[in-house]
Design a protein around this ligand. Structure first.
Ligand code: AMP
Ligand code: MG
Length: 331
């Protein structure tokens, strides 16, 4: 089975084509186009205009890169949510147009579940992981339990990526700020104590952000603050992930989302996994960040397990939560 997936929840518009073979995911093409605001955060309408400008070319390029003919596609899937309304609607509209043009079925899928399933579908031996999903807007610890992907812990305010980007904006770093903070942290000389907020298995970053801003304005060295933000926030993320692993008795941990590109975060979670005699997985970068291949792969799993959607019912859902999805494709 071959599926073309369109991702458009936030800053990226992406098209991926995947093929299913022996229950494994083979990525045939995966094109990612990122909208970068000149200043400030993402303006939903401007991001959506960006997506509308490029989507048709991305679809064409995807077919070219994969060598797949339009007639070979069995399914078109798209990110139904969660995300920014105008962006989601643009991606869904493109998916509907394509589905009607090539006369193939359509399926809207959950973005967060797709991040987890692409890890299981492409990484050898990644079977039943606890997912630490760390992106710009989303920060969640997700695991499979009793027929659904349950959210065991999540941020109560901003996502970890947004936290890094907000601090970066204060310190005049250019977007995306996460990679710059990672580089600056390498030259730190000391750790500065920052608020460490864990509430049960949930987490919060706004106190840390305010404190970091205060230290920056007081003239503490930027390198030291970057280092301290990473050490504090990533330790808290690792702690709630470990709690979920202990609670669910799972022996695998998977990272996803843009912040998973951070070596220090990978290193901390990997160390925790080793200490628990668990295995650690992180997909290659293009499958870790927002991408169309993961949307296509979740479409395959759902379609092969009997899920169907009519074009007239292919709505988006800005608040489509991870645990709303009935996971029919797993025992
Ligand atoms: P996503 O929303 O999943 O596409 O991820 C985007 C977020 O990842 C942005 O907030 C970036 O600042 C962040 N990011 C990307 N690379 C890194 C990195 N190396 N370290 C920390 N954050 C990163
Ligand atoms: Mg994402």
């Amino acid at each position: 089975m071959i599926c073309l997936g369109i991702e458009g929840t936030a800053h990226s518009i992406c098209v991926g084509i995947v093929k299913e073979k022996n229950n494994r995911c083979i990525v045939l093409s995966n094109i990612i186009k990122i909208y970068k605001p000149e200043k400030g955060g993402i303006h939903p309408r401007e991001a959506a205009n960006h997506h509308a400008t490029y989507i048709a070319d991305l679809i064409k390029d995807s077919f070219k890169q994969s060598g797949v003919d339009t007639g070979d596609v069995d399914l078109v899937s798209f990110s139904k949510g969660p995300g920014l309304g105008p962006c989601l609607r643009t991606a869904a509209t493109a998916a509907r147009a394509l589905s009607l043009t090539i006369n193939k079925p359509i399926l809207g899928v959950n973005h967060c579940v797709a991040h987890l399933e692409i890890g299981r579908g492409t990484l050898k031996d990644c079977i039943d992981p606890v997912l630490l999903y760390t992106s710009g807007a989303n920060t969640q610890v997700i695991a499979f339990a009793e027929g659904r992907y349950r959210v065991f812990g999540e941020t109560l305010d901003v996502g970890i990526g947004n936290c890094l980007d907000k601090f970066g904006r204060i310190a005049n770093l250019s977007f995306p700020c996460g990679p710059k903070i990672e580089q600056l942290a390498l030259n730190a000389k000391k750790y500065i104590d920052l608020p460490y907020s864990i509430k049960g298995m949930d987490i919060a970053f706004s106190g840390l952000l305010t404190a970091a801003e205060t230290f920056y304005k007081k003239g503490e060295k930027l390198e030291d603050i970057c280092f301290s933000i990473q050490e504090t926030a990533f330790a808290a993320l690792t702690e709630i992930t470990e709690r979920a692993m202990a609670h669910t008795e799972k022996k695998q941990v998977l990272l996803a989302g843009g912040v998973a590109a951070n070596k220090r975060l990978c290193n901390m979670v990997n160390t925790m996994a080793k200490e628990r005699e668990a295995s650690f997985f992180v997909p290659e970068k293009t499958l870790c960040i927002d991408n169309g291949a993961m949307i296509a792969w979740l479409g395959v799993l759902m379609y092969n397990n009997g899920v169907r959607m009519k074009v007239e019912n292919s709505f988006i859902n800005q608040r489509f939560r991870t645990d709303m999805v009935d996971v029919t494709w797993r025992d």
